[in-house]
Design a protein around this ligand. Structure first.
Ligand SMILES: Cc1ncc(COP(=O)(O)O)c(C=O)c1O
Length: 393
C-alpha cells in the first residue's frame, strides 16, 4: 500500500534524510537508534500522557464554530491548540523531546524559535525538569515577539539574538546547529517543527499526532464518524499540520488543505510560500523544497508572521505537495489579518497570526453544506497584539 509516512531510511518519497556535518553524525545516529524505542516504551508513554493531561490541559477542545460555519456554508470545527498551557501546540513536542533528552543522559538543552512559542515551550519544560536552556532567536523576531522573549527569560532561559541573514527563523536555526556542533556530547537540540535531519521530522510528527488522535475520538462523539471531509492547518515548518493530519494521511477521503505564508503576494519577492516557490534542495539537514536562487543560494523569506517566515518546509509536506495528496494555498499578510479579525468578531477567539493563515483559506475553498471541516487553531494571539493593533480592521 502507498503510504505518506516516513520509510525506514527517513524519507518521505524523495524528501527527508539526514544531511549533517561529520561532527554531528554520531548524535544524529544515536537519536535515530533511540527515538522509536523510547517513544514506544510504556514508561515514556505514561509520563508523556500524564503531563499532556495534567500540565498541558489535554485533550484540547474540538469546538463547533457556529457563526463561522454559517459564514462559509459548511460545518467548521476548530481544534483549540490555542488553549494549551503556553498558548500553542509547540508544548506537545517539547514535553516529549525533553523526556527523551533526559533518558539519553543529556544535560544542556538548546532550541531555535521564530514566533517565540517554541522557545517559550522549551523554556517551560526546562524549568519543569530543571535543565539549562539556551534559545536562539533572530533579532527581527526578538523585536516583533517581545512578550515571548520576556516569558523565556522569566522561565530562566538564555535568549541569544541572532544578527545574521534577515535575522529570522532560518538564521536562528543555523546558529542552534552551530552550537550543537560545538557541544555534541552533552547537548540535546529540541527542534520545534517537522524539519531538520531524520529522525526529527518523524519524531516531531509523532509527538504532535496527539492532535489527530483526539480529533478522531472527538468527531466520533460529535458526528458519529471519526473523520472529517477537510483538514486545514497552517505550515511554517509543518508541525501543527503534521499533527492534525497524522492519523488521516493514508485516508484519501479526507482532503488536506495547507496554508503557507504568501507575505505581500507570492510573486512580490516578499513571501514565504516555500512549497509553491521552492525547488528541491537541502536545508538544515533535510532534502526538501527550499526557496533558493538559480545558483542554489537560500532566498530570504518574508511573512508578517514570525512562525511562518521560513524558506524550507518539512519533508513530509514537500511529499504531500508533489504527490498532490494535499492542496497548498498561499494566504498573504492582509488576508491573514482579515481572517484574524473575522474569527475574533464571529467567535470571540483571537488566533495567533500563524493560525490566521489557516483561517484565510476558508474563503478559497468551495465547500458543500454537508462538509465537515476541522481547522487547527495552532495558537493564541497574545504575542501578536502589537501587529493586530497597528493593522486594525
Ligand atoms: C502558533 C503557531 N502556529 C504555527 C507555527 C508554525 O510552526 P509549525 O508549522 O511547525 O506548526 C508557529 C511557529 O512558531 C506558531 O507559533
Amino acid at each position: 500500500m502507498k503510504t505518506y509516512q516516513v520509510n525506514e531510511n527517513g524519507y518521505y518519497g524523495e524528501f527527508g534524510g539526514a544531511y549533517v556535518p561529520e561532527i554531528l553524525h554520531q548524535c544524529v545516529e544515536d537519536l535515530q537508534k533511540t527515538y522509536l524505542e523510547v517513544l514506544e516504551s510504556e514508561s515514556f508513554k505514561q509520563e508523556y500522557d500524564q503531563l499532556l493531561r495534567d500540565y498541558v490541559g489535554r485533550p484540547s477542545p474540538l469546538y463547533l464554530a457556529k457563526r463561522l460555519s454559517e459564514k462559509y456554508g459548511c460545518k467548521i470545527y476548530l481544534k483549540r491548540e490555542d488553549l494549551n498551557h503556553t498558548g500553542a501546540h509547540k508544548i506537545n513536542n517539547t514535553i516529549g523531546q525533553i523526556l527523551l533528552a533526559r533518558r539519553m543522559g543529556k544535560t544542556r538543552i538548546i532550541a531555535e524559535t521564530g514566533a517565540g512559542q517554541h522557545g517559550v515551550a522549551t523554556a517551560t519544560v526546562c524549568a519543569l525538569m530543571n535543565m539549562e536552556c539556551i534559545v536562539y532567536m533572530g533579532k527581527t523576531d526578538v523585536e516583533r515577539q517581545h512578550a515571548n522573549v520576556q516569558k523565556m527569560e522569566m522561565l530562566g532561559a538564555t535568549v541569544i539574538p541572532v544578527t545574521s541573514g534577515n535575522m529570522t527563523l532560518k538564521d536562528a536555526t543555523n546558529e542552534a546547529i552551530r552550537d550543537w556542533c560545538c557541544h555534541p556530547s552533552d547537548t540535546y537540540y529540541i527542534i520545534g517543527s517537522t524539519v531538520g535531519p531524520h529522525p526529527y521530522p518523524d519524531m516531531v510528527a509523532r509527538l504532535q499526532s496527539v492532535i489527530s488522535e483526539e480529533i478522531k475520538k472527538q468527531l466520533q462523539e460529535k458526528e458519529g464518524r471519526d473523520y472529517p471531509d477537510y483538514l486545514i492547518a497552517c505550515v511554517g515548518g509543518g508541525s501543527n499540520a503534521a499533527g492534525t493530519i497524522y492519523h488521516y494521511l493514508d485516508e484519501e477521503r479526507v482532503k488536506i488543505v495547507l496554508a503557507e505564508a504568501g507575505g505581500k503576494g507570492i510573486y512580490s519577492g516578499m513571501s514565504a510560500a516555500t512549497i509553491q516557490l521552492g525547488k528541491k534542495g537541502i536545508i538544515h539537514g533535510a532534502r526538501t523544497l527550499v526557496m533558493q536562487s538559480e545558483d542554489g543560494q537560500i532566498e530570504e523569506p518574508y511573512s508578517i508572521s514570525a512562525g511562518l517566515d521560513y524558506p524550507g518546509i518539512g519533508p513530509i509536506h514537500a511529499n504531500l505537495s508533489v504527490t498532490h495528496r494535499a492542496q497548498i494555498l498561499a494566504v498573504d499578510d492582509d488576508e491573514a489579518l482579515d481572517a484574524a479579525y473575522e474569527l475574533t468578531k464571529l467567535e470571540g477567539i483571537i488566533p495567533a497570526l500563524e493560525s490566521a493563515h489557516a483561517l484565510g483559506t476558508l474563503s478559497k475553498v468551495d465547500f458543500k453544506p454537508e462538509d465537515i471541516v476541522v481547522l487547527t487553531v495552532s495558537g493564541r494571539g497574545d504575542k501578536d497584539m502589537d501587529t493586530y493593533i497597528t493593522n486594525k480592521r
